[in-house]
Design a protein around this ligand. Structure first.
Ligand SMILES: [Zn+2]
Length: 320
C-alpha cells in the first residue's frame, strides 16, 4: 500500500486544490446527516477507556426566517442544505445528548428538551433506557449553557420538579450569574424573558447545583473549558487525555451543514456572534490538528465525529 509522508500529503492536496480551483471543497458531509429520526436512538463508542453514548432526543423543524443567519440569506441557507443532501424546505435542528462513563462515574452533558420545545423532541428518557442507562444512576450532569433546549430536561413540565434530584448538576458560574441576575430583563430580548424567569425559579433554589469557574476538572478525566459567544458562559468539556480525547462541543456551532461548512455564518442564537466565531474556529482548528473526536448537540446521530479543513470552512465526518 502506498504510504505518503505528511509533506507529500500537503503537496498532493495543494495539487488537488490547483486542479479543482483553490476554493473547491474536497470533502462532503454524508447526506443522511440530521434528516429524520435515526433507526437507533443512541450510538455507543469508546475514547480510550471511556465509554461514550450519544442519545437522540428528537428534532425541531424550523421554518426559514430571513433573520436566522445575519450574514447569509434564506437562499444561501437553502443552497447549503441542498449541498448536504438535506431537505431545504426548512431547517431541521436535531438534539443529541452525550453521556460518558469515566473513572466509575456516569456523566451526562446537558439534559435534552424535556419534551417541552418541539412536538418532535422529548425522546431522551426512552432512548436512554434503550441504551441501558438508568437515569437514577447518573452521577453528574454537566451543563454547557442555559438555553431551553439544553436545560428544560432538568425540570418537569408545569411543576418544575427536578428530574434528576440525586445527580450533581455542574453549571458554569459565568452562565449562572448571567441568567440569575435580577437586572437581566432590561438587557434580554422579550422572547428570552420566559426562559430567564424559569431559570430564576429553579436552578438557584436547587441544593445539588454546583457552580464552577473557568477551566477545572469536574469529574474524573473531564475538564470544563470556557467557550463563550453563543451565550456569556457557554462551556465545552474536554473528556480524556493525550490522544484519547474527545470534546463535547455543545453549541460551539449549530448544524454542520450550515455552520461547520460556513464557520463565519452568524446564527441569531449567538449572543455575541463575533466571539462565538472566534471560539468556534479555535476549537475546530484544534480538533483538526489533533484529530479529536467531537460531539455536537445539534449534529444529529451519531452526533460524534471528526473535522477536516475544507476550503474556507470545515467538513464534519460522522463516526460510522
Ligand atoms: Zn442548543
Amino acid at each position: 500500500m502506498l504510504k505518503l509522508s505528511r509533506r507529500e500529503v500537503i503537496i498532493s492536496s495543494a495539487a488537488a486544490a490547483a486542479a479543482f480551483g483553490a476554493d473547491r471543497r474536497i470533502a462532503l458531509i454524508p447526506s443522511a446527516m440530521a434528516q429524520k429520526a435515526p433507526a437507533a436512538g443512541f450510538h455507543k463508542f469508546k475514547v480510550g477507556d471511556i465509554e461514550v453514548t450519544t442519545i437522540f432526543d428528537g428534532i425541531w423543524e424550523k421554518a426559514h426566517d430571513p433573520g436566522f443567519i445575519k450574514n447569509a440569506s434564506v437562499e444561501d441557507t437553502k443552497a447549503a442544505l441542498k449541498a448536504a443532501g438535506m431537505d431545504e424546505s426548512k431547517v431541521t435542528i436535531p438534539f443529541t445528548v452525550t453521556v460518558v462513563k469515566s473513572g466509575g462515574k456516569t456523566v451526562m452533558f446537558d439534559a435534552g428538551t424535556g419534551g417541552q420545545l418541539s412536538p418532535l423532541a422529548g425522546r431522551l428518557a426512552d432512548n436512554m433506557k434503550a441504551a441501558g442507562i438508568d437515569p437514577a444512576k447518573i452521577d453528574t450532569i454537566a451543563v454547557t449553557h442555559y438555553h431551553a433546549d439544553h436545560i428544560f430536561g432538568l425540570m418537569a413540565k408545569d411543576t418544575n420538579v427536578q428530574v434528576y434530584p440525586n445527580a450533581e448538576i455542574i453549571v458554569p458560574a459565568a452562565e449562572h450569574g448571567f441568567w440569575t441576575d435580577a437586572g437581566i430583563f432590561a438587557k434580554l430580548p422579550e422572547a428570552r424573558h420566559g426562559l430567564a424567569k424559569r431559570i430564576q425559579a429553579t436552578l438557584p433554589t436547587w441544593k445539588n447545583v454546583k457552580q464552577v469557574e473557568g477551566e477545572r476538572e469536574i469529574a474524573p478525566g473531564i475538564r470544563a473549558l470556557a467557550a463563550p459567544g453563543h451565550t456569556p458562559g457557554h462551556t465545552v468539556y474536554v473528556v480524556g487525555s493525550g490522544k484519547d480525547v474527545m470534546i463535547v462541543l455543545a453549541d460551539t456551532s449549530n448544524i454542520p451543514a450550515l455552520f461547520v461548512r460556513n464557520p463565519g455564518w452568524h446564527a441569531a442564537f449567538d449572543a455575541d456572534p463575533v466571539v462565538a466565531e472566534q471560539n468556534r474556529r479555535k476549537l475546530f482548528d484544534r480538533a483538526v490538528a489533533d484529530k479529536i473526536i467531537v460531539t455536537g448537540y445539534h449534529y444529529g446521530q451519531p452526533g460524534a465525529g471528526t473535522f477536516q479543513k475544507d476550503g474556507a470552512g470545515y467538513a464534519f465526518v460522522p463516526l460510522v
